[in-house]
Design a protein around this ligand. Structure first.
Ligand SMILES: Nc1ncnc2c1ncn2[C@@H]1O[C@H](COP(=O)(O)OP(=O)(O)OP(=O)(O)O)[C@@H](O)[C@H]1O
Ligand SMILES: [Mg+2]
Length: 307
């Protein structure tokens, strides 16, 4: 039996038939684990059941079969130990930045006095670089700032696990990049166990220790678990230079473009066991792709020219 911190065990979700229609099993026999301090990303096509799975993990929805075990206990509902960051910030519009974060902190620590709550909130507001905006209301913030408040609010309750459903997908590329950088440094500093849904392959390569690939529904399964073969400490600015970057990227792209849909044929492979989806390590054991030269380096041809 797996000893993972979080165990998704044979999870199934069937939505009941609408009047006159047929019931749909969105996913079935979903098994994987998340270790303490691990950052796991889930990738799959639209409609395969990613949000449904995250909602069950958050305790906001019920499974139709199987279960989820956290710290050795089956989850039965929502808990402050599992904080969610939604795609759209979901802030309380009548409260300030400080008020939104404090609202969550008070629900966790009802015995704390105001000074203690404020000091605790300030730590997380500073962490997401919103110092100076404490008294602003959500309507006075940019999209990226609102998303930062959502991150501060989730982190401030110091959850056992942070759940994120495409938290940056509604943001422009520059803001998304800077929030990804912040999340990398926060997770490195706090060793926060995290589970994130994303459609962005580069985001997954930057953030994840492992990436769970989900096939198209109905009856979606975990096709494969991809271990990130790039070393920790990678950044958006340098990860494309690592020899494993393109093997990783191509493997994930190949999944999204081809395999997610054709996976049903792989299911009949006698080697496939949904309880133990195959684990792959792109780039490992393959001939090393040459890292890209640093900007300003002469091109390889130019180095040898004239010799
Ligand atoms: N409450 C519901 N009742 C019936 N069907 C639902 C319900 N919620 C979701 N579904 C169906 O379940 C499937 C999975 O939905 P889900 O939102 O989990 O997909 P997703 O993978 O998160 O997609 P996206 O990438 O677009 O966010 C979809 O076909 C959706 O129509
Ligand atoms: Mg979704």
């Amino acid at each position: 039996m797996s000893t993972s911190h979080i165990r998704i065990e044979g999870l199934r979700k069937t939505f009941p038939a609408p009047r006159g229609g047929v019931a749909v099993t969105v996913f079935d026999q979903v098994w994987f684990g998340i270790e303490k301090g691990e950052f796991v990303c889930l990738i799959g096509h639209s409609g395969c059941g990613k949000t449904t799975l995250l909602n069950i993990l958050a305790g906001l929805d019920e499974s139709s079969g199987g279960g989820i075990v956290v710290n050795g206990k089956e989850i039965t509902g929502p808990s402050l130990d599992r904080a969610v960051i939604f795609q759209h910030h979901a802030l309380l519009p009548w409260l300030t930045v400080m008020g939104n974060v404090a609202f969550a902190v008070r629900s966790r620590h009802s015995g704390w006095d105001n000074a203690k709550v404020r000091a605790h909130c300030q730590k997380y507001i500073d962490l997401v670089h919103l110092t100076g905006s404490e008294m602003k209301k959500p309507s006075q913030l940019s999209g990226g700032m609102k998303q930062r408040v959502g991150i501060a609010r989730a982190l401030a309750i110091e959850p056992d696990i942070l759940l994120m459903d495409e938290p940056f997908s509604a943001l422009d590329a520059l803001t998304r990049g800077s929030l990804q950088d912040e999340l990398v440094s926060i997770c490195a500093a706090t060793q926060q166990t995290s589970f994130m849904i994303t459609h962005d392959i580069d985001e997954a390569i930057l953030l994840a220790d492992k990436i769970v690939l989900m096939s198209n529904g109905p009856e979606a399964r975990v096709c494969e678990i991809v271990e990130n073969t790039l070393p920790k400490g990678r950044t958006r600015k340098d990860m494309h230079r690592h020899p494993h970057y393109y093997p990783m990227r191509n493997h994930l792209l190949e999944f999204l473009v081809n395999r997610a849909n054709s996976f049903k044929t792989e299911l009949s492979d006698p080697g496939y066991d949904p309880m133990h989806p195959p684990v792959t390590r792109p780039g490992v054991g393959q001939p090393a792709a040459r890292p890209i030269d640093a900007p300003g380096d002469p091109l390889p041809e130019a180095k040898t020219a004239g010799r």
